[in-house]
Structures are given as C-alpha cells and as structure tokens.
Design a protein around this ligand. Structure first.
Ligand code: SF4
Ligand code: SF4
Length: 218
C-alpha cells in the first residue's frame, strides 16, 4: 500500500510529464494566431465602447478592465484594513479613554497619545492629543484589536497615503476624528492638544461608507 507521500510524488511526476507537441504546434503559428485574435478582440471591443461612451451610449458597460483611479474606486472587502479613525461619542468627544493599550501594542511605535482628565467623572480619561505616523504604520490592525472601547477602527475605506513629505502621512487627532478633512498636501497639526469643548466644536464628517460598496471617498 502506498503512503500519502508516495501518492503525492506520483502525482507530481505525472503532472511534470508534458504532452509531446505535434509538428504543427511546434511551428507556434496556432499559438501566435490565438494571441493575436484575443488581443485584437479586446482592442476592437474597447475601442467601440470608448467611442460609444463619447456618444453617451452603453455607459454602464466598462470599456476596459482598468479601474480609473481615483475617479473610480475598487470594491473593497469587509476585512480590508484601511486608514484609521477614532470613533466619537454623541457629543463629538472621542470614545477613547487614553488607556494606552494601542500605543503599547503597536509594533511600529507609531501611535502617540497624551492623556488628560475628563470633566465627566464617569469617563476615566480623554486623549488630549492622538497622533499616528502612517509613514511607520504596518497596517497590522493590533491597535484595533487591543482597544477595549471600540474607539479606533480601520474602516475609513481610504487607502491612499501618498504625500509630498513624510510629515504629510501624519494623522493628527482632528484628521483621525474626521477623516478626509485635511488634504495630504497640507501639513498636519502634530501633537495638537484639544479640550473637551474644542472636541465638541470640531466639524463633523459623515461616517465612512459601508465596506464593499466601492464608494470610498476621495
Ligand atoms: S495598524 Fe499596527 S502598526 Fe499601524 S498603528 Fe495600528 S498597531 Fe501600529
Ligand atoms: S486602546 Fe482604545 S481606548 Fe485605549 S488609548 Fe487606544 S484608542 Fe484609546
């Protein structure tokens, strides 16, 4: 009786055996013709659709497999980790209680938190400043896993971290609370410290779109 490893070896040997090519196949003309036919079919189809789109026809049929980023966004899966955000309480203050769990667990050491006292005795603490250096972040998601308050998430559906400098990749607390309010060409307000009243006055951006909708914000 053959063992599993013998069976695997046999299957590997069988898979490596190649069928001998006929003299016609050895000219490679059928393969060349097949390739030319396939390329031409895509070319004429896409050319026709591009022209039709110009005329306002067949707009729902994409003219190419290429995604026209950033005008078009790819549909993303539920599990995809995208740029971070801090979740908020109803009054606009961060849910974060500055327990430092995420800062401690972060393998890249790219989270910087300054804790302050919260005026509400029911809330232990509040982060006066909360910064993430995306230039160092490895998108491991440990910070999200470690948070006991569901205060940090990686569900903004924003993937782009391109910037003109390393500073541009820095996420300050204003950007973390309201993703998309700062363009990456603008400098961050590193280590900016806000009071509870200032948190409440921050302009509020809508919640990120649900994952998988492909409607990621620009
Ligand atoms: S995703 Fe990982 S590396 Fe990035 S901030 Fe969170 S814990 Fe740090
Ligand atoms: S683990 Fe959560 S609650 Fe603790 S500091 Fe980080 S974001 Fe705030």
């Amino acid at each position: 009786m053959h063992s599993v490893s013998d069976q695997l070896l046999h299957r590997l040997r069988e898979a490596r055996k190649r069928r001998a090519l006929s003299w016609w196949e050895r000219t490679y003309l059928p393969a060349v013709a097949q390739g030319l036919w396939l390329t031409s079919a895509h070319f004429w189809r896409n050319l026709f659709l591009h022209l039709a789109h110009r005329a306002g026809l067949f707009r729902s049929v994409p003219a190419a497999a290429t995604i026209q980023y950033p005008d078009e966004r790819r549909k993303t899966e539920l599990r995809l980790r995208t740029r971070h955000r801090l979740t908020k309480r109803e009054d606009g203050t961060p849910r974060c209680v500055a327990c430092m769990m995420c800062e401690t667990v972060c393998p890249a050491r790219c989270i910087y938190i300054v804790a302050g006292e919260h005026p509400d005795p029911n809330v232990e603490k509040i982060p006066k400043s909360f910064d993430i250096d995306l230039g160092k972040c490895v998108y491991c998601g440990y910070c999200v896993e470690a948070c006991p308050e569901d205060a940090i998430r990686m569900d903004t559906q924003r993937h782009d971290i391109a910037a003109y400098s390393r500073d541009g990749m820095w996420l300050d607390i204003k950007e973390l609370l309201n993703p998309g309010t700062r363009a990456f060409s603008e400098p961050p307000e590193k280590f900016v410290q806000l009071s509870v009243e200032e948190f409440k006055r921050l302009p509020s951006t809508p919640e990120p779109p649900p994952p998988g909708t492909g409607l990621a914000p620009s």
